[in-house]
Design a protein around this ligand. Structure first.
Ligand code: SF4
Length: 84
């Protein structure tokens, strides 16, 4: 099964919540009105990332597509950004 990686630039989140509605197992709103990537780890560049299985790809793609500021990216196994 292919693995994918969510990369999330939390700095740019404007708190619209669509990610938390569309993929609630992965996204939840925090007290600062930005979304948290549940189970994610923060990288040195400040972005957050989380590896996901293929079964969880579609819902996270929906979250990424519906994010108005496009701060959610999804990479394939080779590290290329998948088209949304
Ligand atoms: S959809 Fe985008 S802007 Fe809205 S809460 Fe999620 S990450 Fe933030």
């Amino acid at each position: 099964m292919a693995k994918y990686k969510i990369v999330y630039d939390r700095e740019g989140c404007v708190g619209v919540q669509s990610c938390a509605i569309l993929a609630e197992q992965f996204w939840k709103m925090n007290d600062d009105d930005k979304a948290d990537l549940i189970g994610g780890t923060q990288r040195e560049d400040g972005k957050w990332e989380l590896e996901i299985e293929e079964a969880d790809l579609e819902k996270n793609k929906k979250a990424a597509i519906n994010c108005p500021v496009m701060v959610i990216k999804i990479l394939d196994e080779t590290g290329d950004e998948i088209p949304l």
